[in-house]
Write a protein that binds this ligand. Sequence first.
Ligand code: 5RP
Length: 243
Amino acid sequence: MKTEGGSETAKRNAGERAAEEVTDGFVVGLGTGSTAAYAIEAIGRAVDDGLDVRGIPTSFQSRQLALEVGIPLTSLDAVDGVDLAIDGADQVRDNPSPNAETDANATADNGTLIKGGGGAHAREKLVAAAADRYLVVADPSKLIPELDRSVPVEILPAAHTTVAERVRELGGEPTLRDAEHKDGPVVTDNGNLVLDVAFGPIESPAELATTLAGIPGVVEHGLFIELADATYVGTDDGVEKRT
Ligand code: 5RP
């Protein structure tokens, strides 16, 4: 699978390393996007070798891939819990820790993400929040000290003008996501629309997350606040684990 952004080797290294955390008997959340796809493919190979797992896909795309590589599937309402979820991200907040000088591996304020580049963030957040452990897989281009990418906001179709007006009042610039080379807006797996809202640098992601979640018509937004337990950052040479 070839995509824009970080190198395929970096994405593959991250995805494959995270997939090694899946062990026998696990229920595993299967994220969406090109980096998570490498984890799904690696889990599929492990299933071929006898690993006993059940996957919960977070999108039509990840479901199709999981079926293709032979991962038995289940759903959130059919299991007691999710052992591990693996997913990509569009941006990962990565601040140096105040202890960085004394501890080379120390980081702070991590585990906060912007997701939803594929419009799958509603189900991705459901699965991430249900998981005992949530691992993010990314290449270095996704790491940033202060989140500043547009925040995807999934909305009820009837609410696209009212939500757009409300986010403008909050200082955001909303754009209704359009399907490339097609007429009309992108429709999510849940039958909703997506507003990509540019806020510029986001100083207080947690505050913005709470405000967005309270707007009538918002189904889910792409700010994931301190949900990730670790981020596997793939490079062309290996993988670095950030916690
Ligand atoms: C989909 C997502 C993806 O995980 C995110 O867009 C990253 O994708 P990629 O690994 O292809 O860069 O949030 O909704």
